[in-house]
Design a protein around this ligand. Sequence first.
Ligand code: CA
Length: 225
Amino acid sequence: MKILLVEDEAKIAAFIEKGLNEHGYELTLAADGQQGLRMAMQGTFDVIILDVMLPVINGLEVCKRVRQEGINTPVLMLSALGTLEDKVQGLQAGADDYLLKPFHFKELIARIQALTRRQQHNLTGNNMLHIADLELDRTRKYAQRDSREIILTAKEYALLEMLLQNSNRILSRDEIGNHVWGQDFDSSSNVIDVYINYLRNKIEKGFSSKLIHTVVGMGYIMKEQ
Ligand code: CA
């Protein structure tokens, strides 16, 4: 777990660093807003802890710019300013949570854990389906295998989505036909076999393993070898 801490007060930074290291977190420290912004832009951290009052660029501005660049790393803001208005400003700048100084270390850890859980859920929740090195992002309607984009037609997409949602389970031709083609499905046609072949050409040809397996007399199953 990699954390970026942007904090100019050496004492507080050292206190946080010591505690996080003890909990197994890997900490990178930036001592002003400009340095923090540059590091945050790398997008390689699991959480950013961001102080509000910082030299060069303040924490609110850092947070805004990070979000403008499309970086979604969870941000926990730290501040001694305790009014409601300050908190609202922090959240409006794109922070996910807000912690007032002074704080108990236990609370900091609990907030970090909550943020990373939420992030994990967003990444692997209902919107991502995957098996082996194949991934389907249902929010963006985007498929990739081994980091190579796979362009799908609407029917191929629907078929792949169904196979992934039911991975490790045999799907009969009737189930697939009714789900993907609905009313139009003619069970005497070979349309499913044709589309399974299209899909195999796109997601298996040139890749390391087969994912769609034919189960003779029963249908198809998506599984790792
Ligand atoms: Ca400060």
